[in-house]
Design a protein around this ligand. Structure first.
Ligand SMILES: [Fe+2]
Length: 369
């Protein structure tokens, strides 16, 4: 009974979303989608493709309003409506699991490779054999069994206060644990997937013992008990609460281009370090996508995935949110290029998922809140 009710609720929600356009995190409503729905309702002849295009249902943990523009473009090109349910990665995975075969979702998009790996291991995804995807996405950024695919890349970097820190002193993740940065390190909580995946990558590359030692060193050097998101860590550095912070590159890009002058001011006072250039490389994670095991619009879903990896879409997808494209034929945006090329960890991102549980255990063991 409860399941049935939830299914009815879900269908209702899908209908509402399709009718109203998807509200973004910032609470802005997308009008383009609304117009398209109206057009479809009035059975417009100019848009004949829309009548036969069908739909695709996307669960996404990405929280960037710019994504919708790309979905609208896909609809324009193919006539396939994209119905979006936005949520937290973990919630969406739990929901897919709960809904089982009855799920209306065709695609799961998350902001972390570890989560896609988890969805796969819960049998929530299915294999997609696509030459286009295999050509457009480097091997280490997609699942060996073609159950998930990276769409954009982000690096987890160190930022520092240019006034107080000599960048030569902070060239590696391990440097964050040095005595001179005692009470100076700002980093968000252990519940955050970005830090879990960072530690998971260290388990894969340096071994468990070294990873634990690092996590302990971070806890020892924290400027304060973790709170807030990546941007809050950067702000705390400039507010003088510490000297260095760990953050994803796109947050720095967003701050530099923010409408909030204070954010721009903070970002301009920060220097950026791509850690571990002489050793294991900087930690890179992806935002990616997989086709759900329950998908009822498989062709549309595959077409959507392929669309997102094309050169034109990649440029827009990545640039709009200051991320790096996965398609090697597409150049990163100018701002990202201005930060210079960097060496990334040489790691199949499945390992982030495989080591996630152990990473969380270690964080608990060392008291990372
Ligand atoms: Fe994020």
């Amino acid at each position: 009974m409860r399941n049935k009710l939830m299914l009815v609720g879900f269908i209702l929600l899908l209908t509402i979303l399709a009718a109203c356009g998807n509200s973004t995190e910032e609470g802005q409503t997308d009008n383009t989608n609304e117009e398209e729905t109206t057009e479809e309702a009035s059975n417009s002849e100019e848009n004949a493709s829309e009548e036969s295009g069908g739909e695709v249902n996307l669960y996404t943990g990405r929280h960037y309003e710019t994504d919708q523009e790309l979905y609208d473009q896909f609809t324009e090109e193919t006539g396939i409506e994209v119905n979006v349910i936005q949520g937290d990665d973990d919630e969406l995975i739990a929901r897919l699991d709960r809904e089982g075969k009855a799920s209306e979702a065709d695609l799961l998009m998350t902001a972390d490779a570890g989560r896609l790996h988890r969805a796969k291991s819960m049998d929530l995804l299915q294999q997609v054999d696509s030459e286009t995807l295999n050509e457009n996405i480097p091997e280490n950024l997609r699942d060996e069994e073609s159950q998930w695919f990276g769409l954009t890349k982000r690096a987890r970097v160190i930022v520092y206060n240019k006034e107080t820190v000599n960048p030569e002193d902070i060239q590696t993740y391990a440097d964050l644990t040095k005595d001179e940065f005692q009470d100076k390190v700002l980093i968000r909580s252990s519940s955050n997937i970005y830090n879990q995946s960072l530690l998971a990558s260290m388990i894969a590359l340096d071994g468990e013992e070294a990873a634990k030692e690092w996590a302990q060193g971070i806890v020892d050097n924290m400027a304060r008990a973790p709170k807030g998101g990546d941007r809050d860590q950067a702000k705390a550095v400039i507010a003088g609460e510490g000297d260095v912070a760990v953050m994803n590159t796109y947050y720095l890009g967003k701050m530099l281009n923010s409408e909030d002058e204070e954010e721009v001011k903070v970002a301009e006072q920060l220097g950026i370090i791509f850690p571990n250039q002489d050793t294991t490389g900087t930690h890179v994670n992806i935002s990616g996508i997989g086709m759900t095991a329950s998908s009822k619009n498989q062709e549309n879903a595959q077409q959507f995935m392929e669309f997102l990896t094309t050169e034109a879409a990649q440029e827009q997808f990545a640039e709009a949110n200051y991320e790096y494209p996965v398609n090697p034929n597409v150049e990163a945006a100018e701002l990202l290029q201005s930060w210079g090329e960097f060496k990334a960890q040489d790691l199949n991102l499945s390992e982030l998922g495989e080591n996630n549980e152990r990473a969380i255990q270690i964080m608990n063991e060392v008291g990372w809140q």
